[in-house]
Design a protein around this ligand. Structure first.
Ligand SMILES: CC(C)(COP(=O)(O)OP(=O)(O)OC[C@H]1O[C@@H](n2cnc3c(N)ncnc32)[C@H](O)[C@@H]1OP(=O)(O)O)[C@@H](O)C(=O)NCCC(=O)NCCS
Length: 270
């Protein structure tokens, strides 16, 4: 399928609706919101292609291209995925969210199309009922606009660019202005970060990072306490944690999070 930029968000949504209406076993991993689609169309980074059975989309990035699909029939998914061109020296990343049982046959289709399992993230949630001792929360505070560059450099330096969404500097600034990035300081410098998003009655923790030289001194706890305090009106807290990061998983459990059934599988083709 030759790939080209969509003319508008309406064209993308229409093609997906057509596939959904005509399919026998509709399946998709395309959950971008309208703002993100519009931004990608404006930037010229979204390409798509379609045939009678499927729509496939690629969002171009500096390091890799992210693949989205909407397929009317699960059995044809590997053909759809195999049709996505690989840029020279490039790589394709895609992801799939669901329980192990739901996703196993779909992952098989990815594998047939040349993808391999790269990593996976477990979903955790916490009801807003358990409290963390907040005695030292005053040491964690909302980040200032002048911290944005440092926050961006810590996040992009520490987290994996293939599997964890690394924000651009503008995104950091927007979150800082919304006061959803908490920090602790050592002198004038940021020593630890907790970034969260709020959506309706729930909140998602995106990054929790203490610089290595400051770990094990209670900074992570102060950020958590301030986070739960700032979001006291939220009904549930959610996050995704890399399943190999046993320490973080244990700490989240310590703060009242429990494992949910869904996993986000990250797949890669090189
Ligand atoms: C996870 C992380 C943010 C924790 O920050 P931290 O400042 O080291 O944590 P704290 O010193 O505040 O300790 C937090 C809790 O863990 C406990 N703890 C600390 N080190 C521990 C260890 N080695 N073993 C067991 N428990 C430990 C503390 O006692 C504290 O519990 P408390 O609330 O009962 O006092 C930090 O280790 C980090 O940045 N890791 C890398 C990034 C990461 O994995 N982030 C999470 C996934 S996105």
């Amino acid at each position: 399928m030759p790939m080209q930029p969509p003319t508008s968000i309406v064209e993308v949504r229409q093609q997906i609706a057509r596939i959904k209406a005509g399919g026998t076993e509709f399946i998709t991993n395309f959950f971008l919101d309208d703002a993100a689609i519009e931004q990608a169309i404006r930037a010229g980074t979204l390409l798509f292609a379609f045939n009678d059975d499927a729509v496939v989309m690629v969002r171009r990035g500096a390091l890799f291209d992210r693949v989205y699909f909407a397929d009317g029939n699960r059995a044809s998914l590997s053909r759809t995925l195999a049709s996505v061109p690989l840029a020279p020296d490039g790589c394709l990343i895609s992801d799939l969210i669901g329980t192990a049982a739901e996703t196993a046959p779909v992952i098989d289709q990815f594998v047939s199309a040349g993808f391999s399992r790269f990593t996976e993230f477990r979903s955790m949630y916490r009801a807003n009922s358990c409290n963390v001792d907040v005695e030292r929360r005053a040491m964690a505070e909302a980040a200032l606009e002048e911290d944005a560059e440092q926050i961006w450099s810590y996040i992009s330096g520490y987290f994996d660019p293939y599997s964890e969404h690394i924000p651009d500097q503008q995104e950091v600034l927007t979150a800082v202005k919304a006061r959803t990035v908490l920090v602790t300081r050592n002198g004038g410098s940021v020593s630890a970060i907790l970034w969260y998003d709020r959506k309706g009655a729930s909140s998602i923790l995106r990054y929790w990072l203490v610089l290595p030289q400051f770990r094990g001194r209670g900074l992570g706890k102060q950020l958590m306490a301030r986070y739960f305090n700032d979001c006291a009106d939220v009904r549930s807290f959610r996050l995704w944690v890399q399943s190999s990061n046993c320490r973080a998983m244990r700490l989240y459990q310590h703060y009242g999070y429990v494992l949910a059934s869904r996993t986000d599988y990250i797949l890669k083709r090189t």
